[in-house]
Design a protein around this ligand. Sequence first.
Ligand code: ZN
Ligand code: ZN
Length: 194
Amino acid sequence: MKPTDKAGMKYTNQRVEILAFLREHDGHPTVDEVYDGVRQKLTRISKATVYKNLKFLTEKGLLEEVNVKGVSRFEANFIPHHHLICRECGSMEDFNSEQLLDYSMKIAEEIEGFTIVSTSTNFYGVCKKCKESMESKESMESKESMESKESMESKESMESKESMESKESMESKESMESKELMESKESKKSEENT
Ligand SMILES: [Zn+2]
Ligand SMILES: [Zn+2]
């Protein structure tokens, strides 16, 4: 076997494994996810090699590359379909609608000077996971604001209690002073009398 054949075999094997991974996992994995997946079998493969092979397979038309939020994702599903893309986490899900495909192709017939062979629509929004985490975050925040309101109220009531107490003590002080004053006055009077 010539060395070039051996190298060729290695590349073929890598590509076969990468394609197999993408066909088994019918999502839209990133380079990192494909790397983690094929590393189970090809333990010595590098991430750069995975990336190169993904690009090669895409060029050969065996994979499709889609870019979501600046991240490359790959898929092996060539049956025309649409995508649900999350604006929060960048996740991507397949969405099948024959009706939408037919409708898009019908509209495309009216486009002049461009021959349409396929169509795909992207729907952007918030995925279920992100929506749930956003809702739980919101409910936590509202709980926190309620708690802080409670603590403020209790602080207020404590303050008003304090001010009442200080008022009482002031009043009692005043009354004591006035009593003393009256007493001293009286004693003065009695002194004068003697
Ligand atoms: Zn999301
Ligand atoms: Zn897809």
